[in-house]
Design a protein around this ligand. Structure first.
Ligand SMILES: Cc1cc2nc3c(=O)[nH]c(=O)nc-3n(C[C@H](O)[C@H](O)[C@H](O)COP(=O)(O)O)c2cc1C
Length: 187
């Protein structure tokens, strides 16, 4: 015995499907917002009298992991003789790329790709003016869509010159690699 006529059943199934998709979309949008909303910070200057200036922009993430990784690299740059300006992506972050000889972009992966806050900042800057660029990718180790290639393409499309791409997955704890790579870039 059929409980509902076929037409009504189809309608109910379609309604359930649409409600499920809307709920999943809402959950995804909430997660995306909670991990990737902009957190404006003042620009912090390391080694103010450095020979050349590096602009380091990182997305802070949920814990202090992204900050620790980024500052490990930024402090090693300062140690090597750079003036280093560190900030997070937001409308108040510097956008005049002509003032910088090095750009560093760092974020933790939360959705298999580059952080939307970082790509928005690249759009705010506009033409990267062939600035040498280091990309620092952090994460738990799940990278099915090759984040490195995605980000390299975004930077190159904006006329940036990628000179280093460093991956720092939590399990690796490769802080010394970050220091070694920064030390290679004497100003
Ligand atoms: C919602 C969410 C999604 C994540 N997605 C990825 C991912 O796609 N790839 C990856 O390698 N790590 C992923 N991770 C792991 C984070 O990148 C990793 O924990 C990193 O250290 C982020 O720093 P946090 O602990 O401050 O959030 C994800 C973590 C969370 C909470």
């Amino acid at each position: 015995m059929k409980f509902w006529p076929q037409k009504r059943r189809n309608k109910i199934m379609l309604t359930i499907l649409l409600v499920t998709l809307a709920t999943l979309g809402g959950v995804f949008a909430y997660l995306e917002y909670s991990v990737y909303h902009e957190t404006p910070t003042d620009t912090q200057v390391l080694n103010a009298d450095g020979a050349k200036t590096a602009l380091v922009i990182y997305h802070p993430g949920l814990t202090d992991y992204a900050r620790n990784v980024t500052y490990t690299y930024a402090e090693a740059l300062a140690e090597a003789g750079w003036r280093v300006e560190v900030t997070t992506p937001s409308p108040q972050a510097p956008t005049d790329i002509a003032k910088y000889q090095l750009l560093v972009l760092g974020w933790a992966i939360y959705d298999f790709g580059p952080a939307p806050t970082i790509t928005s900042q690249i759009q705010r800057i506009g033409d990267l003016n062939e600035v040498n660029t280091t990309i620092i990718i952090m994460g738990g180790g799940l990278d099915p869509f090759n984040v490195k290639d995605q980000m390299n393409r975004i930077v190159e499309d904006a006329n940036g010159n990628v000179i280093q791409t460093i991956t720092s997955f939590r399990s690796q704890r490769n802080f010394s690699l970050l220091q070694e790579e920064a030390a290679k870039l004497a100003p």
